[in-house]
Each structure stands twice: as structure tokens, then as C-alpha cells.
Design a binder for this molecule. Structure first.
Ligand code: DC
Length: 228
């Protein structure tokens, strides 16, 4: 079904796992007062539903049906959005590594992507949207007026994730993190449908050698140039 999408006030932020898209989207959201579409959460919710149903990753037909019938609800809580799947609060569960891995497999299924496409587009409104994902600028919102693509080496992203987890008291092996991120990059980049890549008109920012403040400054300048 085709939809009229409101794209005057839309920023897409794409890039691989662990590159800091979430941080940058939050900054833009606060600055512009526009909501965030966390498209990864939709894939994670689909993965969560499939896992609780015991659906296998190669059962594409059932995965597609799961995405079509996805019974989700979002509520704002003290620390951001809470995610409900079939009336159960799965906000923590969708962030677990196992769910992320399943999400990256579920996201290779064409029928799943098609089912989630309209759900994502329906969230674009006249009051603005920051769209966070892998194919926001290439497939979901190809006419967005500002497209940002963040990248960084797998080693640097693993290092950042390692520090985050350590701060939370979670013990992980950095080599496992690099291996996990590299496997996800492979799947996200090499899948046939909507692979991870910068849109031709995206501004690509390699954040490997940049501090968060430096990335934030660049992104804010781009947003100001485009929308003020
Ligand atoms: O951004 P994230 O880690 O929450 O995303 C989870 C998985 O979902 C990721 O491995 C790739 C997939 N994904 C996708 O294919 N397309 C998107 N627009 C967002 C996420």
C-alpha cells in the first residue's frame, strides 16, 4: 500500500551496530524537539516474538507472519520509551545480545522487511522525525532532506561497547565483541534486501578518531544548515 510520507522535517541516521547512532539521535531529538524512530527496535521486537514462539531462523514464512501480526505498543517512561510486546514489557529483553543476534537474522528476511516498511513510514509526521537504522536513507525514506551515515572500525566500536558494559558491571571479552560485531556487519552489509550502505546523498562521518562531542558538533551544524 502506498502512503504519502511527510518528509520536510526528517533526518535519517544510518550505520553499523555500535557506532553511536542512538547517542546522536537523542542529541538531535533534544535539539529539534522531534521524536526518534528506533527502527532496530522493530526488528528486535519481531525477533523477541519469534524467540518466544520458538520460531526457527530459517522459517521465513512464520517470521513474515510474526512481523505482519506484530502486537506492539510504546509508552514513554522515566528513562525513555518502554516497549510492550503482546502486553508484556520487553524493554530490557529486546536489548539483550541474543535478541540482537536474532534480530540481525530476522532482518535478512524479505517478507519481514516488507511488513515493517509501512509501520516505519507511518511514523513520519509534519512535526519532524529522526529515523535511526540501517536503511532509513536508502529504502524507508529515500527523499529525506538530511541523511547522515555514521561509521567506525569494528575494533573501535567494540572498544566503546566494552567500556559501556564494564561501566554497568558486565564482564565481557573484547575479542568476542569484535567477532560478534563483525558477524553482524557481514549479515547487515551482505543481505540481498536493503543492505547496510550509505545513501548516495548521505553525509558520511567516520567517527573512529572522533570524540562524541566532535561528532555531535558536526551533526548539529548539518541540522542547523538544513533546517534553520
Ligand atoms: O540497531 P539495532 O542494533 O537495534 O538493530 C538490530 C538489528 O536489526 C541489526 O542487526 C540490523 C537490523 N536492522 C535492520 O536491518 N534495519 C534497520 N533499519 C534497523 C535494524
Amino acid at each position: 500500500m502506498s502512503q504519502t510520507i511527510s518528509i520536510d522535517k526528517l533526518i535519517t541516521v544510518d550505520g553499523p551496530s555500535g557506532v553511536g547512532k542512538g547517542t546522536i539521535c537523542l542529541l538531535l531529538s533534544h535539539q529539534l524537539n522531534w521524536p526518534i524512530l528506533d527502527s532496530g527496535a522493530l526488528y528486535r521486537l519481531t525477533a523477541c516474538a519469534a524467540m518466544s514462539d520458538g520460531t526457527q531462523e530459517n522459517d521465513h514464512e512464520t517470521l513474515e507472519r510474526t512481523a505482519i501480526e506484530l502486537d506492539v505498543r510504546f509508552e514513554s517512561g522515566d528513562n525513555g520509551l518502554r516497549y510492550f510486546l503482546r502486553n508484556e514489557d520487553v524493554s530490557e529483553k529486546i536489548r539483550e545480545e541474543a535478541t540482537g543476534n536474532m534480530a540481525s537474522k530476522v532482518a535478512t528476511v524479505e517478507g519481514v522487511r516488507a511488513a515493517l516498511l509501512d509501520k516505519q513510514r507511518s511514523l513520519a509526521t509534519d512535526t519532524g522525525l529522526i529515523a535511526d537504522g540501517r536503511d532509513m536513507g536508502t529504502v524507508v525514506f529515500p527523499d529525506a532532506p538530511l541523511k547522515i551515515y555514521l561509521t567506525a572500525s569494528a575494533e573501535e566500536r567494540a572498544e566503546r561497547r566494552f567500556k559501556q558494559l564494564k561501566d554497568k558491571g558486565i564482564d565481557v571479552n573484547i575479542r568476542d565483541l569484535v567477532a560478534d560485531l563483525t558477524a553482524r556487519d557481514e549479515r547487515d552489509t551482505n543481505r540481498k534486501v536493503a543492505p547496510l550502505k550509505p545513501a548516495e546523498d548521505a553525509v558520511v562521518i567516520d567517527t573512529t578518531e572522533l570524540s562524541v562531542a566532535e561528532v555531535e558538533a558536526q551533526v548539529l551544524e548539518l541540522a542547523q544548515q538544513r533546517f534553520s
